[in-house]
Design a protein around this ligand. Structure first.
Ligand code: NAD
Length: 290
């Protein structure tokens, strides 16, 4: 396939490289001066999008996606597909889907989980929203860049799935960290705490697969000085998107709101910026109730 790829950062770079490695003809564009193995670079987004079968975007946020879409949609051929893999607000995904439909361009919102490691290894999970026809067009590319793609529903459904998943993730990470900090103060050994919880009803991905306590459970960012992994500021971004969506859908999400407030404080007023999101544990460790 002929593919345009716009946004070649930490995630987009390796995703585009994997598509090129699989034999696709990939033309990329990024505002920054980047070089990606196997990818020829265009001088604008519109140039990267023109004449392609599929155009993929991997951008920081919804406002940037909307602005890029405004520039590139006129360059995309009718019947070709725009596949946005960024994590953005549901409203932006739906707005771009509408603009695309008006121009006869297929659209899929397909945010990912799996992080930079998953992008490099080609093992991402895609959560996709769009018509059956749009999803079918993008599916062979999801197979190269990832190991699983779930067609969640119409446009916006991929973003909805992503922010609901990450709202659970943020809440359970905080729960796991505060329980470890309480266990510490009760004199409970962390390994014993892990042995019990990971096989009891408190088990979760954050405990079993990504344990925030160094030296306990499988290797995780906690064992590497809390270097991300999944940065606390990216968790904050996703929690903010969940609360923006909850507001616009009138959904009551008190724990999502509390998790957002806590990550906001951690990233903006404490030392969470640049740390993995599991660094909530050392944060709780240092504190008392007051
Ligand atoms: P990044 O900042 O490394 O990459 C974004 C790229 O977009 C940059 O290279 C930037 O120069 C480029 N860009 C910005 N504006 C542009 C424009 N107008 N035209 C062309 N290029 C432009 O970010 P990332 O870590 O690659 O994340 C990208 C998206 O993936 C985000 O929405 C993020 O939330 C999501 N995501 C990231 C991770 C992760 O672990 N990093 C995991 C899952 C999802």
């Amino acid at each position: 396939m002929k593919i345009g790829f716009i946004g070649l950062g930490n995630m987009g770079g390796p995703m585009a490289a994997n598509l090129a490695k699989a034999g696709h003809d990939v033309t990329g564009f990024d505002m920054a001066d980047v070089t990606i193995p196997g990818v020829s670079m265009a001088t604008s987004g519109a140039e990267a999008a023109s004449g392609q079968d599929v155009v993929i975007t991997m951008l920081p946020n919804g406002a940037i996606l909307r602005s890029v879409a405004t520039h590139v949609l006129p360059a995309i051929a009718k019947g070709a597909a725009l596949v946005d893999c960024s994590t953005v607000d549901v409203d932006s995904a739906r707005a771009v889907a509408e603009d695309a439909a008006a121009k006869g361009v297929l659209f899929v919102d397909a945010p990912v989980s799996g992080g930079v490691g998953g992008a490099e290894a080609g093992t991402l999970t895609f959560m996709a929203g769009g018509t059956d026809e749009s999803f079918a067009k993008a599916a062979p590319l999801f197979e190269i860049m990832g190991q699983k793609a779930v067609h969640c529903g119409d446009a916006g459904a991929g973003q909805a799935a992503k922010i609901c998943n990450n709202m659970i993730l943020g809440i359970t990470m905080i729960g796991t960290c505060e329980a470890f900090a309480l266990a510490d103060k009760l004199g409970l050994d962390r390994q014993k705490m892990f042995d019990v919880v990971s096989t009891s009803s408190g088990y979760s991905w954050t405990m079993n697969a990504y344990c925030p306590a160094p030296g306990v459970g499988p290797a995780s960012p906690a064992d590497n000085g809390y270097k991300p992994g999944f940065a606390a500021e990216l968790m904050l971004k996703d929690l903010r998107l969940s609360q923006q969506a909850a507001e616009s859908a009138d959904a009551d999400t008190p724990l999502g709101q509390a998790a957002m407030a806590l990550y906001e404080q951690f990233v903006e007023s404490e030392d969470g910026l640049g740390m993995d999101f599991s660094a909530m544990l050392p944060r709780f460790e240092k504190r008392g109730r007051g």
